[in-house]
Ligand binder design. Structure first.
Ligand code: C2E
Ligand code: CA
Ligand code: CA
Length: 577
């Protein structure tokens, strides 16, 4: 330590007793944090401790030959001088600075300064806290909580914040804020065919294409899955529509994914524009999502603007969902049954349970109007459980006779396969009603089957079959997959979608298709049920192809349980004709 005059007066000789100086030095020397004293006029270092020497890499002599601005990047110098001038009279202050080590590397430091009198000169005591690591962790944390990993785009939370900021700005500006929600239509099916890694590669290419057509990257986000969003400010409706059209065509070409060839997925775009009465960012994104969903349903790869009609639909959906949430509790649900008849011997091999909702003020609501909503809101598990319990209990009470339907058919949604209690629910319903599990058949649509590509769902189906429950694939022919692809999945029955049956006698291709499905299914030891049989002609054609069983309005319409005996008689008579 260099010799100093006036040692006995350091520091703050006016107020401190003689040995405060010694205690102070000791504290300074032994402190694990870098500390120094500098001259407030010349900015020269007057004293440094060992921790500063160790942490910064300058020797003590080098320190004492420098000013405090020498350990900072030049561009920070003006700020440093301004800060010293401004804080001159204050006792203490802290701040964030960048300091340079002897090896030239910069670090982020948090600095605390105290003014003091050093041998009669105005000086400051500084404690420096290296926060580079903390800051790095903080920015890494913020990156992870605000950005989507595979694409590097903003995530849904950050996007909502940005829309909020844009809405605020629009109040003082030109008032135009638009949100586009873009969804890849069949990403889930694609992922289940080619695997998650290839699907991620697909997503990354999609993100690149969006970046290329959306300009500023900070307006783009990935909301999750195959869903993206774009924020537009100060663009009028025609400009936003033009952008939607550019986006739809940019995403149309197929994507080359190594090992999987060319993959293709069309995109649907939904648009929502803030028009004064949109309350917040979340509603704007929700409206754009709702418009996107309607665009998806139209299957034409186009885009749709959220408008009055969609707004009314959204409001309706909201009220319907609210009402549906209490439908089971209020005993507003009931089951209709439709017979399935064996074409070889006229036996009723099953009755499909079809859900109805007696909604006050709306009459009997068909499942097509509320099942999709129940699936989106997650209510389907509760409703589906109600169906399982009631269908099984009601079937157990069917009169025992030779005429009794062999099985009750229960429709399942893909979501229900993720219900960890599903198998148990069937077991409990069978045990408590006394219906053998072998008198139950579950029906899953082809797309639900495709979504069951994961092992858990596969095991659920295998466990149901293990119990004796039969598994049928519903609406066959409407999905993306082929029978050969599905042969690895555990099922017993194929139900050909009524769209193909309607084409019999009208469309030659449908005839060939139905015939081929029957042949292939029989080759795989599966039974075939034709759905939606409405004419004698269709029935005759199905018989000719060797189709096993039929269901449809020609045989019997779905009826309440009480009307089932006469429906069964009628269906048998039609087949026996
Ligand atoms: P689905 O499983 O394909 O059910 C057959 C649908 O076809 C029924 O419509 C039935 O009434 C109708 N149908 C039967 N025969 C004919 C015919 O000859 N011609 C025509 N045009 N239609 C016929 P519904 O009862 O309106 O049910 C619609 C869909 O709702 C069902 O289609 C099924 O996917 C779903 N669904 C019904 N009940 C449940 C349920 O309990 N759970 C689940 N997850 N979905 C259900
Ligand atoms: Ca069905
Ligand atoms: Ca069906």
């Amino acid at each position: 330590m260099p010799a100093r005059k006036h040692d006995e007066r350091e520091p703050n000789a006016e107020t401190g007793p003689r040995d405060t100086g010694r205690a102070f030095r000791l504290l300074l020397a032994a402190n694990p944090l870098p500390m120094w004293v500098y001259d407030l006029e010349t900015l020269v270092f007057l004293e440094v401790n060992d921790a500063a020497v160790a942490h910064y890499g300058y020797s003590r002599a080098e320190f004492l030959a420098m000013t405090i601005s020498d350990i900072r990047p030049v561009e920070d110098d003006a700020r440093l001088r301004a800060s010293i001038a401004e804080r001159r009279d204050e006792l203490q202050h802290s701040g964030h600075w960048r300091h340079r080590r002897a090896d030239g590397t910069l670090m982020d430091v948090e600095v605390t300064s105290h003014l003091l009198d050093w041998a009669g000169r105005p000086a400051a005591l500084v404690v420096a806290h290296d926060v580079s690591e903390t800051r790095h962790l903080h920015s890494e944390f913020s990156r992870r909580t605000h950005f989507d990993e595979p694409t590097g785009l903003a995530n849904a939370a950050l996007f909502t914040d940005r829309v909020t900021a844009a809405l605020l700005r629009s109040k003082s500006g030109d008032g135009h804020v638009g949100v586009l929600v873009i969804a890849l239509d069949n990403l889930e099916a694609l992922a289940s065919t080619v695997g998650d890694e290839a699907a991620d590669a697909f997503i990354r290419v999609t993100a690149e294409r969006l970046r290329a057509c959306c300009g500023a990257p900070e307006t783009l986000a990935r909301l999750g899955g195959g869903r993206f969003a774009v924020l537009r400010e100060a663009n009028d409706e025609p400009a936003i529509l033009a952008l939607a059209s550019t986006v739809a065509s940019a995403l149309a070409p197929s994507v080359a994914v190594p090992g999987h060839g060319e993959l293709k997925s069309s995109a649907s775009v939904g648009i929502a524009l803030a028009n004064g009465d949109v309350e917040d960012a979340a509603s704007l994104v929700r409206n754009a999502t709702s418009a996107m969903r309607h665009a998806t349903e139209r299957h034409d790869g186009h885009f749709l603007v959220f408008n009055t009609e969609l707004r009314r639909n959204a409001v309706d959906a909201f009220h319907t969902e609210q009402a549906l949430a209490s439908a089971t509790r209020l005993e507003q649900l009931c089951l209709y049954y439709q017979p399935i008849v064996d074409l070889n011997n006229g036996d009723v091999v099953g009755c499909e349970a079809l859900l109805r909702w007696e909604r006050p003020g709306f009459g009997l609501v068909s499942p097509d109007r509320f099942i999709p909503l129940a699936e989106r809101s997650g209510l389907i598990v509760e409703i589906g459980t109600w169906v399982i319990e009631h269908a099984i209990a009601e079937a157990a009470a069917w009169p025992t006779s030779a005429q009794r339907p062999a099985r009750v058919g229960i429709n399942l949604s893909a979501h229900q396969l993720r219900d960890e209690h599903l198998v148990e629910r069937f077991a409990t319903a069978c045990t408590s009603s006394g219906l053998p599990a072998s008198s139950v058949c579950v029906e899953l649509t082809e797309s639900a089957f495709v979504a069951t590509n994961d092992y858990g769902a596969y095991q659920v189906l295998a466990a149901l079959r293990e119990m004796g429950i039969e598994v049928a694939i519903d609406d066959f022919g409407t999905g993306y997959s082929s029978l050969s692809y599905l042969k690895h999945l555990p099922f017993d029955v194929v139900k050909i979608d009524r769209g193909f049956i309607a084409g019999l006698g009208v469309d030659r291709a449908d005839r060939l298709l139905v015939e081929a499905v029957v042949r292939v299914a029989h080759g795989l030891n599966l039974r075939v049920v034709a759905e939606g049989v409405e004419t004698e002609f269709q029935l005759a054609a199905l018989r000719e192809f060797g189709c096993d069983a039929a269901q449809g309005y020609l045989l019997a319409r779905p009826v309440p349980g009480a009307a089932l005996p006469s429906a069964l008689d009628q269906a048998r008579r039609v087949v026996a004709r």
